[in-house]
Design a protein around this ligand. Structure first.
Ligand SMILES: [Zn+2]
Length: 337
């Protein structure tokens, strides 16, 4: 079985965007915020939105199950208040739930959290509990920078975040560390802000005792871990200089990387540097990079080709990357018989 741990609902029916526009339009007080019930999308519209996109690509590429979350760019936690984020997150999470209910063999749900700049992340606990306990979600996406590129929150290792971590541990759900859109023109969203977020989170973890406080807390750092695998020697050296434990004895008990790296050489490096136990297969389709690589003739985000093409990958490691690690990290994942 091939589990893709990183997919967003980027093809959501247009009515959702209309609802969001109306919500944002209401923020200046000129109109009342839209009711939840004002969003009407039929099951047929949901089917149509994934049949020609994610489901077609699953079939063509030979992957089985996608861990499916709301569109990351659109989380936009910087917009409005915590209430704005909560209403928006509920709508997005409910649609994810519906798609996963329609296609339980193809999708498993991962939620967006109603974060808001300056608001303690404990405010996300009720929505996380609703998603996990009532709707069967198996993980969440955690934005380390709800300001959208201005980095105003304390580091992920600060006690500011601890109440949310306590709940994640209690529910046994991992978080993918995933920023949203960038409002800072210095940082392109998918090309810089995403990878900065990944790299920043890893270094925060490295410099902290977070996992002594939460030995079972699990994070996935997406996009191949940002700059981390490429600079593994730097991080090992920094850990040594800072008198931190060896990365393999400490961080790698709790931190995992996905395979959203869009060329063979990058995947080869990831597989060579990071233990197979810490790598989860992912493509982030349909998402960040949508085109065909003229050098190969295949889609950049068809990451299964790179794993299949990696020299010297043992059958055991391949199993871990494609399936075993995802089952372990997303321990609530119940696969249909
Ligand atoms: Zn993503």
């Amino acid at each position: 079985m091939i589990i893709d741990c990183h997919g967003h609902y980027t093809t959501v029916p247009g009515a959702l965007e209309g609802w969001r526009k109306s919500q944002i339009g209401s923020l200046d007080g000129s109109s009342p915020p839209p009711k939840r019930s004002a969003l009407v999308i039929s099951d047929d519209e949901l089917r149509e939105s994934v049949e020609k996109a994610q489901l077609r690509l699953q079939r063509e590429r030979g992957t089985d199950l996608t861990l499916f979350s709301p569109r990351a760019m659109a989380m936009a936690h910087h917009i409005g208040t915590a209430d704005t984020s909560l209403e928006w997150s509920r709508q997005c999470n409910d649609l994810i739930h519906r798609v996963c209910t329609l296609y339980p063999r193809n999708f498993a749900p991962v939620c967006q959290l109603p974060q808001s700049p300056g608001v303690p992340p404990a405010n996300c606990i009720p929505e996380l509990e609703r998603c996990v306990k009532e709707l069967g979600f198996v993980g969440c996406n955690l934005n380390p920078d709800p300001s959208g590129g201005h980095w105003k929150e304390p580091p992920l290792t600060d006690r500011w975040w601890y109440p949310l971590y306590e709940k994640m541990v209690e529910l046994d759900v991992p978080a993918m560390v995933h920023v949203s859109a960038s409002c800072n023109p210095c940082f392109h969203g998918t090309g810089a802000h995403y990878l900065n977020g990944d790299t920043t989170a890893f270094m925060q973890f490295l410099a902290s005792d977070l996992f002594s406080d939460f030995p079972t807390l699990k994070f996935i750092i997406p996009h191949g871990g940002g700059a981390v695998p490429y600079h593994w020697g730097r991080y090992r050296g920094l850990a040594q200089d800072m008198k931190r434990p060896l990365l393999k004895d400490y961080l790698l008990k709790n931190v995992f990387f996905d395979t959203c790296v869009y060329h063979q050489a990058g995947i080869d490096l990831l597989l060579r540097v990071i233990p197979a136990e810490n790598i989860l297969f992912a493509s982030e389709m349909v998402g960040a990079v949508r085109g065909v690589d003229p050098e190969t003739g295949f889609y950049f985000d068809d990451t299964k080709r790179y794993i299949d093409g990696a020299p010297g990958l043992s059958a055991d490691d391949r199993y871990k990357i494609y399936e075993g690690n995802a089952r372990r990290v997303f321990s609530r994942l119940k696969l249909p018989a």
